[in-house]
Design a protein around this ligand. Structure first.
Ligand code: ADP
Ligand code: ZN
Length: 647
């Protein structure tokens, strides 16, 4: 099951906002032109030229002879004489003529009784200075001012030139692993990094390859930044932190030079940690942005990639940690070996994790004796660490408003209700009906995984809502193709994927959209078996699709007839039907086991693979069935299962 749907919407909204905010930042040239034209227009309007005759009439250039005849015909009521030009006002117009040395002119004007005076023509140089140079100068000054202010807000100087060396400062965080709770698996995975940063020689002596890049994947507020800082804190190394979204607000070339400086500094202070928040801002896959490439983003990304490829982790131990909540949109180039080839899931905390996080944040607040952390943890299913911190703070504020001496349980409960109400607006929480569907769906996957030969075993089943489209998380890694899989294992994987829908069919009155991603993957696998792996009768050993091996990993080159395409589609459809029938049969047979799993899930939110196996074994014994449990859990399988389980 995945909550893709809501999520994608939220994300898109966020993105749109972003685009609006950044329009001027991302299009500096257009901004420049708009401003320049505006300034010139303003100065033109203000220039003294138009005011000279005190008339707003149109200006007409005429010949001097014509000018004179106008005077003779009494068409002109007022004359201004300049050094090279002569102007006359009349008929609501201003006539201008190039002056001719004509001593008779004043005589003529006098005789006609037309008032005249001399005026100082502006010199053309001054004219130009007034209408072009000064406006541009003023505009440029304003522009520079804005730029420098904008850059200051992200820690930069004017145009990032010169001063950019100081842009990214390191800090030595005093955050420790004890300050991060509820993400035990993630902590374990980064523990190794700490050890390496502390004693690099120990590893280098053995010739061990240490990962350069670690991608922290998880919903917002789950403590990715906190965890990265804790790694630096534990290892006692400098921590350089930067948000990738700040790069794209800058001007072309600045982001890239920023990255260069960042790494230069980090290498100088090595061993050190570079943390890049919101890496998706620059790491979006090139094919996924509908507007085509964004130069600045691509340059910055390329610079980052070349920095990561360039440095030798052995000589300058700089570890790059990056955070994202949208791993599925990342460019495959980022995930290649030697780059962010290690992904660590920083998930929302389960019941126990929430207790631990609450305890951490409740340390510095005064609480009344009636406080019941367990109850609060029960009430806060689906909240992330940052939300929990917020709950504690909100409760303290509530108590403070009423001038209480200590924060009571009632304050805490109210704070929980408030923050959940806020989150529900953002449709982040699962309603009871959905929760029930998710529970059966997940248990369906789990059961099939355990009783099917060749399927990867379960490590964890969870109904905690995930802010992750975790599927893309595995699909995106090109390494996936490295695993050698046998035919029966592929079929087993299809079965497991269908387990979710199968359980819905058996237990629910209706089926849901929750399986769409599962079905997509199952279809892909079956298709690949026919068209790429030579595992079918219809195509035999003939390969119909080739993997294209470039940036756009995942795309394939198709090379077969329409007729063959139809045959493949039909075969896939039939196979899916065969597998789902089989799966439904198994689930029906194990109905009571699934009911027990669901009950356990309702109570604990997360159950382990061991619990699942125990429930199944107990049921098989009671029902007198021969056990179908397959018990070969290798470590490799566990890793894959962890990733896959987000299905
Ligand atoms: P992310 O980077 O995943 O968006 P942050 O690390 O910025 O989340 O979390 C924001 C704050 O929320 C942290 O500074 C911390 O106070 C609190 N917090 C989040 N997750 C945890 C956690 N697992 N344990 C303790 N505190 C947490
Ligand atoms: Zn599923």
């Amino acid at each position: 099951m995945n909550n893709n749907f809501n999520n994608k919407n939220n994300q898109n909204n966020g993105q749109n906002n972003n685009n609006n905010n950044n329009f001027f930042n991302q299009n500096p040239i257009i901004t420049f032109l708009i401003f320049a034209v505006l300034m010139i227009a303003i100065f033109r309007a203000m220039s003294p030229d138009s005011g000279i005759m005190g008339s707003s009439g149109a200006n007409r250039q005429i010949a001097y002879s014509e000018f004179k005849s106008l005077i003779e015909n009494k068409q002109i009521s007022k004359v201004m004489i300049g050094q090279t030009q002569i102007k006359g006002e009349g008929n609501g117009e201003v006539y201008t003529a190039n002056r001719v040395q004509d001593p008779n002119l004043t005589v003529m004007l006098d005789s006609q009784g037309i008032p005249y005076s001399a005026y100082n023509e502006r010199n053309p140089l001054m004219d130009m200075i007034f209408s072009w140079v000064i406006p541009i100068f003023i505009f440029f000054a304003i522009w520079m001012f804005l730029v420098s202010r904008m850059q200051k807000s992200v820690g930069g100087g004017i145009l990032g030139v010169g001063s950019s060396k100081k842009l990214v400062n390191s800090e030595k965080p005093n955050v420790k692993f004890d300050d991060v709770a509820g993400v035990e698996e993630a902590k374990e995975e980064v523990q190794e990094i700490v050890d390496y940063l502390k004693n690099p020689e120990k590893y280098l002596r053995l010739g061990a390859k240490i990962p350069k890049g670690i991608l922290l994947v998880g919903p917002p507020g789950t403590g990715k930044t906190l965890l990265a800082r804790a790694v630096a804190g534990e290892a006692d190394v400098p921590f350089f932190s930067i948000s990738a979204s700040s790069f794209i607000e800058m001007f072309v070339g600045v982001g890239a030079s920023r990255v260069r400086d960042l790494f230069e500094n980090a290498k100088k202070e090595a061993p050190s940690i570079v943390f890049i928040d919101e890496i998706d801002a620059i790491g979006k896959s090139r094919s996924s942005s509908p507007m085509g490439g964004n130069d600045e983003r691509e340059q910055t990304l390329n610079q980052l990639l070349s920095e990561m490829d360039g440095f030798d982790a052995d000589k300058s131990p700089v570890i790059v940690m990056a955070a994202t909540n949208r791993p599925e949109i990342l460019d495959a180039a980022l995930l290649r070996p030697g780059r962010f080839d290690r992904q660590v899931l920083v998930d929302k905390p389960d019941f126990k994790g929430r207790m631990d996080i609450l305890k951490i944040h409740m340390k510095d607040v005064k609480f009344a004796d009636d406080i019941d952390i367990e109850e609060i943890a029960r009430l806060t299913t689906g909240l992330a660490g940052a939300d929990l911190e917020n709950v504690v703070n909100e409760a303290a504020l509530l108590a403070g408003r009423e001038s209480k001496k200590a924060v009571t349980q009632a304050d805490m409960v109210e704070a929980v209700e408030r923050s959940i109400a806020g989150l529900e607006k953002k449709s982040r929480r699962v309603n009871p009906k959905e929760k029930r569907i998710v529970a059966y769906h997940e248990c369906g996957h789990a059961l099939i995984a355990e009783v099917t030969k060749g399927a990867k075993k379960v490590t964890k089943v969870s109904i905690i809502p995930r802010g992750l489209a975790a599927l893309g998380y595995t699909l995106n890694t090109p390494e996936e193709n490295k695993f050698l899989m046998q035919k029966h294992e592929l079929i087993a994987e299809v079965d497991v994927l269908l387990g979710g829908r199968g359980a819905e069919m058996v237990f629910m009155e209706d089926i849901s959209t929750g399986a769409s991603n599962d079905l997509e993957r199952a279809t892909d696998i079956l298709k690949a078996m026919i068209s790429m792996y030579g595992m079918s009768d219809i195509a035999g050993l003939m390969v119909l699709e080739k993997q294209r091996n470039n940036f756009l990993a995942g795309q394939t080159i198709k090379d077969y007839s329409e007729d063959m395409a139809q045959k493949v589609d039909e075969a896939v459809r039939l196979k899916l039907k065969e597998r789902i029938d089989e799966v439904v049969k198994t689930i029906t047979e194990y109905k009571p086991a699934i009911e027990s799993m669901v009950a356990a899930l309702y109570k604990e939110e997360t159950i382990t693979g061991e619990q699942v196996r125990e429930i199944i074994a107990n049921f098989e014994k009671e029902a007198g069935l021969q056990s179908r449990l397959v018990s070969e859990t290798t470590e490799e399988n566990e890793d894959i299962e962890k990733a896959k389980h987000k299905v």
